[in-house]
Design a protein around this ligand. Structure first.
Ligand SMILES: Nc1ncnc2c1ncn2[C@@H]1O[C@H](COP(=O)(O)OP(=O)(O)OP(=O)(O)O)[C@@H](O)[C@H]1O
Ligand SMILES: [Mg+2]
Length: 387
């Protein structure tokens, strides 16, 4: 059992206000445990790169401290920090071959016998065959791996990655996500990975911090964030959520009974991050894949104890693995429902009357004093705003 914590990243009250008065990062605390794969996820302009650059020492924080393990590195220059960064533009040396690109950090430190270490690194990123090629002779994904090898050969305690897969097409991106995850597991050092792609963050990271407008809005494992979002921003930014405005009616044991559109919905109190006084408003959330669709004619067959809502099919898109329905209902005009392609009910076409139903256990509750649309495409705090 090792108690080495020298690869912990600990940010305390760290904040950044640029010279023009703009606060890119509001003072925040964040701890990344040694050896973990940590993702900073958020829309363009939310402060991800600024945060990463403060860890690297490339940006001076306006407030707070940066610790790596027990060492306060807040005032150390970048080259004195046990940290390396991989950027979106890999910035390989075009005139050097792959071997020499990877060897660069060692040679600069005056190390003569580099062969064994470089070969080990090339093996780690599976580029042994490419050692004598120049960067322009490699694919985007291969160049990206050279950049990782070049950073890792310095044995940093922490590797910072700023959208390292941003220049790759989708298929290569997916492949490289698994590859980077494998490399991280193999070397066991702390990775802090910045991305605006929620699927990328969820596939790769042990822990994800969702950032919004210079603040960490929620932090947790991918499954925890997805199943238990605490804000509408997280509910909408990570996947899709249906949100219904409801009113607290009564409590029944561990459940809250809510009124919505003339009907009742059940919400486990433990899954509600909002205050629940009788008569108060709550946003009720449910993910599209948790919902079953039953034709109104068969409504009698729906088991007791499920939350149910009536509606009409507005749109149905068959995408093979599932059908994605849009349902018009009195409580939500565009209810998204994903039905896995097992047995298709041919009656579920636009215009059909349906009942949507789901287990109360899959319901979450959010504070109603927030925008329903936060974190959706086109809303404040996403790509458009920062453009
Ligand atoms: N030198 C600077 N002076 C003033 N404002 C800046 C400066 N650098 C960045 N900003 C602003 O700070 C905010 C956060 O920038 P940052 O680069 O951290 O965002 P990001 O989350 O990495 O975005 P992206 O996904 O587009 O890379 C942005 O609104 C940006 O315009
Ligand atoms: Mg950035």
């Amino acid at each position: 059992m090792t108690t080495d914590n020298s690869g912990d990243v600990r940010l305390t009250g760290i904040g950044k206000t640029y010279d023009n008065g703009f606060t890119a990062v509001h003072p925040m605390d964040l701890t990344v445990p040694q050896g973990s794969f940590f993702a900073l996820l958020g829309a363009s302009g939310c402060g991800k790169t600024t945060t990463l650059r403060m860890i690297a020492g490339l940006e001076e924080p306006t407030s707070g401290t940066v610790h790596l393990g027990d060492q306060d590195v807040t005032h150390l220059p970048p080259y004195k920090r046990p940290v390396n960064t991989v950027f979106q533009s890999y910035a390989l040396f075009p005139h050097l071959d792959i071997f020499e690109n990877v060897a660069f950090g060692l040679r600069r430190r005056g190390i003569k016998s580099v062969k064994k270490q470089v070969e080990d690194m090339l093996e780690l990123v599976q580029l042994q065959e490419q050692a004598r090629k120049k960067p322009h002779q490699l694919s985007g994904g291969q160049q990206q791996r050279v950049a990782v090898a070049r950073a890792l050969i310095n044995h940093p305690k922490v590797l910072l990655l700023d959208e390292p897969l941003g220049a790759l097409d989708l298929k290569l991106r997916r492949q490289m996500q698994l590859e980077l995850k494998r490399i991280q597991t193999e070397v066991g050092i702390t990775f802090v990975h910045v991305t605006h792609d929620q699927e990328e963050a969820m596939t790769m990271a042990d822990t994800v911090a969702v950032m919004n407008a210079g603040r960490v809005e929620q932090l947790g494992s991918p499954a925890d964030l997805y199943e238990n979002p605490n804000t509408t921003f997280v509910a909408n930014f990570l996947g899709t959520s249906n949100l219904i405005e409801a009113e607290v009616d009564t409590k029944n044991g561990d459940d809250i009974i809510l009124k919505a559109g003339g009907g009742k919905l059940v919400l486990p109190e433990a899954r509600c991050s909002a205050p629940t006084t009788t008569g108060g408003k709550v946003l009720v959330g449910v993910r599209p894949e948790k919902i079953s669709l039953t034709h109104a004619d068969d409504a009698g067959s729906i088991p007791e104890g499920r939350n149910r809502i009536t509606g009409k099919v507005a749109d149905a898109s068959f995408i093979g693995v599932s059908t994605q329905y849009v349902i018009d209902s009195p409580v939500c005009d565009e209810f998204a429902v994903y039905v896995q392609n097992i047995e298709r009910d041919g009656r579920l076409v636009p215009g059909a009357d349906v009942v949507l139903h789901w287990s109360p256990a899959h319901t979450f509750g959010l504070d109603a004093a927030q925008s329903l649309l936060a974190g959706t495409v086109g809303s404040a705090g996403t790509e458009e705003e920062a453009a």
